[in-house]
Design a binder for this molecule. Structure first.
Ligand SMILES: Nc1ncnc2c1ncn2[C@@H]1O[C@H](COP(=O)(O)OP(=O)(O)OP(=O)(O)O)[C@@H](O)[C@H]1O
Length: 234
């Protein structure tokens, strides 16, 4: 369980998160939406202690993430927009192995994790491919595999689908479905709910650093245009 309690964060004198409280149970598929600048990225960066709250707390199974960022980063995998900027190695397998290597795991365990993570995104045959030779959709899947190789309990994807064509988008979404079916919690930050609202359990909307809507996607859709979010049915 991820628990965000009265989380506050400022950049300069601007309140970017203004008292966010949110519990995300294990295994939930949650969408985090909101207009530009509403605080979505700032919120998810707190989940694994990439940012430190000015006030309030984030806990994972009761442990404050600022007390134990390493555990938080192991439990919560993050994939940010522009995966190209996140790669650290030239080939797919080497990049996916990077996280597990940093956990100090033995080679056999690293190899097992890399193989499992690449299979999960259907890139088992691309292990030795150069990342810069892959399409944008394939690169998005490599970034997801890199997070999966850490065997997180939750996967947080911040605008992971920007720039993907429909087949690539559908492929990533289908892989997320499979992860959720296997018990991984998934949190997707997005402006574009196409293909997502039918799949997720929950939709949380932020506006000016506050949670203004928290409901099932079906219940939330009618309220979205007033919050500056496009209704994906239109
Ligand atoms: N490093 C920074 N320094 C100063 N202000 C920042 C910084 N990062 C974000 N902000 C500001 O904080 C506010 C929230 O930004 P954030 O990226 O969390 O919003 P968002 O909802 O993810 O937006 P978007 O949909 O555009 O990605 C914005 O007003 C932004 O300008």
């Amino acid at each position: 369980m991820i628990e965000v309690s009265d989380l506050r964060y400022r950049y300069g004198d601007v309140d970017v998160l203004d008292g966010v409280t949110l519990s995300i149970p294990d295994g939930q598929y949650c969408l985090l939406v909101g207009p530009n600048g509403s605080g979505k990225t700032t919120l998810v960066r707190h989940l694994n202690a990439l940012l430190t709250p000015d006030a309030g707390t984030v806990t994972v199974d009761g442990t404050d993430v600022t007390d134990d960022p390493v555990v938080a980063r192991t439990r919560i995998g993050m994939v940010f927009q522009h995966p190209r900027d996140q790669f650290v190695a030239a080939t797919v397998a080497a990049d996916v192995a990077f996280g597990p290597e940093n956990l100090g795991l033995d080679r056999a365990e690293i190899d097992r994790r890399v193989e499992t993570a690449l299979d999960a995104v259907d890139l088992g045959d691309a292990a030795e491919s150069r990342i810069d030779a892959l399409s944008g959709g394939e690169q998005a899947r490599v970034a997801i595999a890199g997070a999966l190789a850490m065997e997180p309990d939750y996967l947080v994807l911040d605008e992971p689908l920007v720039g993907l064509d429909w087949p690539a988008r559908k492929s990533v979404l289908d892989h997320l479905d499979a992860l959720v079916a296997d018990g991984t919690g998934v949190i997707v930050v997005t402006h574009d709910l196409r293909g997502l609202h039918e799949r997720a359990d929950r939709l949380v909307a932020l506006h000016a650093g506050e949670v203004v809507l928290d409901a099932s996607p079906a219940e939330a859709l009618d309220a979205l245009p007033d919050l500056g979010i496009r209704d994906p049915r239109c």
